[in-house]
Design a binder for this molecule. Structure first.
Ligand code: G1P
Length: 287
């Protein structure tokens, strides 16, 4: 069954971006001229996703407005003959079919996905994209995962090789390589100590979940911090002998979940921007 639906959890408070994220969702902070969340949605749509379920919380209304029509703004842009701007705002509402569901309590990424599951068919695979990572590349990262799913008909996680010293902030996998970019995952360890990490391949916030994983999620016990983690569902799935694949995607990832990654995204995507890239490069050289 082709994957047409994606879940994007956006309920997090964005504490790492305070005070910038006090009165606006951190997902709405702009990188060059688009909010971070737009890059994620565009990646999903370019991969073939047609329906997007946002898992939101209090204070996230701006995300709903961003992907809706704004007739007054459209009318004014039309009056002023600002056609390019008009097209850019009109296009947002047509990117996909959007639905919004609330996560009642901040109980982890697994709990966020659980909140959206009543709106996903039981026999339907679904994509999950976390709101922090912008991935820039020729083929959208999610599309690369979907291609792996088409081939193996099992859940898929996005992988990236990082220096070993950096693995402890992520899910880390162990397994064996099937091709240059595809791994048969045997272990999924959440935030291990460097010495205990099964490899230097970390899991990035892009997943293809199958009905088997979705059936396990409600059974996951909350961790010590009270959170229900997607990572624990994968761990339980592997312990139950399930097959899981990892896709080392081709593309550059910007971790917009922290300030430095966010600034790197501004600079690198700014340099690539057709209108301001050249001048930004000139300016950076003067520093
Ligand atoms: C989550 C996942 C982790 C993954 C990471 C990717 O962690 O639990 O497995 O590697 O996202 O960004 P978090 O960043 O929510 O702590």
């Amino acid at each position: 069954m082709p994957i047409k639906k994606a879940i994007i959890p956006v309920a997090g408070m964005g504490t790492r971006f305070l005070p910038a994220a006090k009165a606006q969702p951190k997902e709405m902070l702009a990188v060059v001229d688009k909010p971070v969340i737009q890059y994620i949605v565009e990646e999903a749509v370019a991969s073939g996703i047609e329906e997007i379920i946002f898992v939101t919380a209090i204070g996230k209304r701006a995300i709903e407005d961003h992907f809706d029509r704004n007739f007054e703004l459209e009318y004014r842009l039309e009056q002023k003959n600002k056609i390019k701007e008009l097209e850019s705002v009109k296009a947002l509402g047509k990117l996909a079919k959007f639905a919004f569901v609330r996560q009642s309590k901040p109980l982890g990424d697994g709990h966020a996905v659980l909140s959206a599951l009543p709106f996903v068919n039981r026999d339907e695979p679904v994509a999950v994209l976390f709101g922090d990572d912008i991935i820039d590349g020729k083929v959208p990262a999610l599309k690369q995962l979907m291609d792996a799913y088409e081939k193996f008909h099992n859940p898929v996680v996005a992988l990236q090789k990082v220096p070993r010293k950096d693995v402890s902030s992520y899910g880390v996998i162990g397994g064996k390589a099937v091709t240059k970019s595809i791994w048969d995952v045997r272990k999924f360890v959440e935030k291990p100590a460097v010495a205990d990490a099964p490899s230097d391949l970390i899991v990035i916030g892009r997943y293809i979940l199958t009905p088997e994983i979705m059936a396990l999620l409600p059974l996951v016990e909350p961790g010590k911090d009270g959170e229900i983690r997607l990572a624990d569902a994968f761990d339980a799935y592997l312990k139950g002998d399930g097959s899981l694949y990892g896709c080392v995607f081709d593309g550059t990832r910007y971790d917009c979940g922290n300030r430095l990654g966010f600034l790197k995204a501004q600079i690198e995507l700014g340099l690539k921007h057709p209108e301001i890239g050249k001048d930004l490069r000139k300016y950076l050289k003067t520093l």
